[in-house]
Ligand binder design. Sequence first.
Ligand code: NAD
Length: 340
Amino acid sequence: MILVGINGYGTIGKRVADAVSMQPDMNVAGVVKTRPTHEAKHAIKSNYGLYANNRENMQKFIEADMAVLGTLEDLIDKSDIIVDCTPGKIGAANKPLYVSKGIKAIFQGGEKPDIAEVSFNSQGNYKECIGKDYARVVSCNTTGLCRTLGAIEQAFGGIRKTRITLIRRGPDPGNSSKGPVNAIVPNPVTVPSHHGPDVNTIFPDMDIMTSAVVVPTTLMHLHTMIVELKNPATTGDIIKLFKNTPRIILVRASEGIASTAEIMEHARDIGRKRGDLNEIAVWEESINVVGNELFYIQAIHQESDVVPENIDCIRAMCGLTQNASESIAMTDKALGLTMN
Ligand code: NAD
């Protein structure tokens, strides 16, 4: 049984902790918080040992009468691997501690790629991660791009090039201090956005250009995709491929799922914890092959699509299985993800 320490118990960290606790081959060693917030209380209720990031902050938990078991260093000593889910750039500050303690660590997409030996996507490059000490699970948007583009590349003998517009949510639903409130913001204003080069950390040879704007919504990111195929495929072939690929689901406007709001309602309807949708949702009606160009529109649940990748990344780094499909199937079964 692999013991997993989770440093940073926010949007991603609490979901990774729950997902770890549902797997048959790993357990939560504990979670790290900086302050005695409602999330810290929830960690204790969930029976995750609570640790402070340092001695000074540990005192704040004691003063708030919260059961704190020690500091990050104590948690590292109890863990086989740390999943660092702290806000972007803090993982880089934490890395020297992981190195000095000789513990494996997974970082998230808010960190620069060079923080780790390898960037990770389950279907894209599981094998490259086997036995590694430091890996970075790519961001929510990059994970979404890798899921569908990787499936197309592997099934149809390659992609000639791809051009993508990302329409990004302003903040996460729980973050009331961020906007935009009434604007569309090119973000970044430069092209390509960082997403294309980030996909190249998984698929180095893919010709991909991305541009991105941020809009006033908290409900998902949306990508409009144009993919030039190397080999012929029909619209039906692509629909069949997406139907048969793990962690991609097809949704239909004709059945009332016409927006990201309705996708989120669907996730709640099917009983997903927190209303999460770990899969990438592709609108079936948007899939269209014209000549050698494929068009489709997909939506990304930013808070949860990277969660199964973190689980697979733990398995690869800890050598629990050498086989990507086996890990994906095990993760998805434990999380209750089913195919279309
Ligand atoms: P978050 O702000 O929701 O959560 C981060 C947590 O870490 C908070 O609880 C915060 O209090 C805690 N924290 C802050 N400093 C800390 C420290 N020094 N030590 C320990 N804990 C500390 O952030 P998030 O959205 O969960 O993002 C975490 C990482 O995941 C980032 O790299 C981000 O880019 C990436 N990511 C986020 C999303 C998303 O949509 N939220 C999606 C994919 C990847």
